[in-house]
Every structure is written in structure tokens, then in C-alpha cells.
Design a protein around this ligand. Sequence first.
Ligand code: NAP
Length: 328
Amino acid sequence: MEKIRWGIIGTGKIASTFARTLAAVKDAVLYAAASRTKERAQAFAEEFGFAKSYGSYAELAQDPDIDVVYIATPMASHFSDAKLCLENGLNVLCEKSVTLSAAQLQELLSLAGEKGVFFMEAMWMKCRPVYLQARRWILDGRIGRVRMVKADFSNLVPYMPEDRLYRPDCGGGALLDLAVYPLTLAADILGGEPQKIVCEMDISGGVDLSDSIILSYPGGAHASIFAGFELPLRNTALISGTEGSIILGDWFHCTGEAVLLDSSRNEVEKIQIPDQFTGYEYEVEEVHRCLREGVLESQLVPHKGTLDVMRIMDQCRAQCGLVFPEEK
Ligand SMILES: NC(=O)c1ccc[n+]([C@@H]2O[C@H](COP(=O)([O-])OP(=O)(O)OC[C@H]3O[C@@H](n4cnc5c(N)ncnc54)[C@H](OP(=O)(O)O)[C@@H]3O)[C@@H](O)[C@H]2O)c1
């Protein structure tokens, strides 16, 4: 595979950013874009330079010349869109949160296995160099035994009834849209199977406007997470151990900076890695690497890690009685 031909399903905000990224990544070909309407597909393809456009997702899924499909639709559509692609033998990179529930993800993973195709959640945070360096510090024992992860992701999101974030039928709410990042961080650092999960949600109009989540681990380590649509927080992350701490600064999931502190709170090391393009190039390069090597799963974003986080989010929703319309 010299060049990798990408298809995109959905033509919204992140699809546009992703298309700009593909245009800048060596060996990525903007091959086909699909929308629910022919007009939008054509306009999107023209704007970003895709060779083909399709007025339905099903048509794109039947194009045998696509190497991998990026799914950029609302959460509630991911399951059916990914299933469509997998059933047609296409490799898939699917936006976060990857599905509404762990059961849906499990079904997609089984299908991907049966078809022998690549599947990955577009958890770009886990592919970023700064994140990988912070993990390396932890693995190298630079902060000792990790005892705590504290991370927030909360933005002011004005109420708009048509916005996918406020629509239960789109899988809206802060848990699946925002909390998925700090939960992924906690699960990656402390483990994907906490012994206890406590979640409080503020639910209105069928979606969670904010979530406070505590994960407790055997041995006493904790993660403390806040996510929501009502507070403009700085969205930082602190990973603390017996011999030091790591601070992932503002917008921790996409930061270009990480600071390592010793046990006296002195700064020992600081890394700053500016993005080459949009910051999504690292996940694109990871997909390219996996496809070239013929592996069906990324080591940076492994299936189990994604499944662990979906299971945690299932439990959070169950504790607070948050059920999506299609689950009723
Ligand atoms: N990785 C990141 O940094 C990041 C950032 C933002 C969002 N995301 C994820 O990307 C996905 C899309 O988010 P977005 O902000 O791009 O959303 P958006 O702007 O609302 O776009 C979603 C697109 O999905 C398609 N779609 C299919 N069914 C739909 C429905 N029932 N209602 C509305 N649109 C529907 C539409 O494209 P057509 O009309 O062309 O079919 C629409 O343009 C979500 O899963 C979100 O979590 C990730």
C-alpha cells in the first residue's frame, strides 16, 4: 500500500478538520466522501478535493477501492455506519465515543474479527507524542507508583435543540462527548477495570449536562473526573504518584505540553511538541502504519482499552438512569 485511499462518512465539523488533515498527510488520498444527501457530498468533496462523492453511506461502503473509512457521524449512528462498512469488508476508523454501549462495540469487534478488517476508535489523544511521552515517564517509574488521576473536560455549550450534543436520539450528552477523554486517560494509566465506580449526573432533556465520576482501584488508587456543558474549565489533567506528578496542561487531551514534577513539586522536565498540522495527523499516521503492517488492531488504541471505557460509561449511565431512546 503506497498510498492509502480514505473514505469519509458524514460531512460535519470534525469531518472538515479531518479532511484538511488528510490533505496534509503524505500518502493519504482523499478518495471519497459520503453524505445523506448528494448535494452535501458533492459540495464537501469539491471543497476538500475528494475524487468521488456519494449521496448515501451505503454507496460509499460498496466502493471496493477504499482502503479505510473514517466515520464522523453522531454517536448514535456509529454502530450502524461502522457495521455497514465492516460488513462490506472495509477497514474503519470510528469517531469517539465509538458506540452508545459496550454491547454495541462488542458486536462490531466480533464482526471486524470475522471479516478480518482493521477497526480503531479515533481516540487521537492516545496517538499524540506528548501523551506518549507522559506514558513513558510513568512506565520508566519517574513518578513512582501512580495513586491518582484528576482530569476535567468541561466547556460552555450553548443550548441549541438541534445540536447533536443536546439530542438524545444522536447519543448526546457530556459523558459520551467529553468524559470519554478523561475516562480514557484514567483507564489507560490506572487500569480499565476499576473495582468501584461512583457517578453523579445532572440530566435534563434526556441528556447529561454534567458528570462527576470517581473510579476506585484495588490498592487505593483513584481517578476523579468532571465533564460537562455548563462550565468553562481549563481542562487540565494531573497524574500523581508516590515520587512525583505529571501535568498535562490546558486541554489535556490535545495539549502540546507536559510537565514532570518531582516529589517536592520541582519541575524536572518539560516537553513541548507543536502539532505539524491539526494534531489529528498522528492518528492518521497510526492507521497508515497498521494497514501497511497488516495488523487489525492498533497498539496505541487497542480494542480492549476502548471496550473498558465503554463498560465504565455503561455503568455510569446505569447508576444515573440515563437511557438512550433506541435502548428503551
Ligand atoms: N476527535 C475530536 O476531536 C472530535 C471533535 C468533535 C467531534 N468528534 C466526534 O465526531 C463525531 C461528529 O461530531 P461533529 O461535531 O462533527 O458533528 P456534526 O458537526 O453535527 O456532524 C455530524 C455529521 O454526521 C452526519 N449525520 C448522520 N446522521 C446524523 C443525524 N441524525 N443528525 C445529524 N447529523 C448526522 C451529518 O453529515 P451528512 O448530513 O453529510 O450525512 C453531519 O454533518 C461525533 O462522534 C463526535 O464525538 C470528535
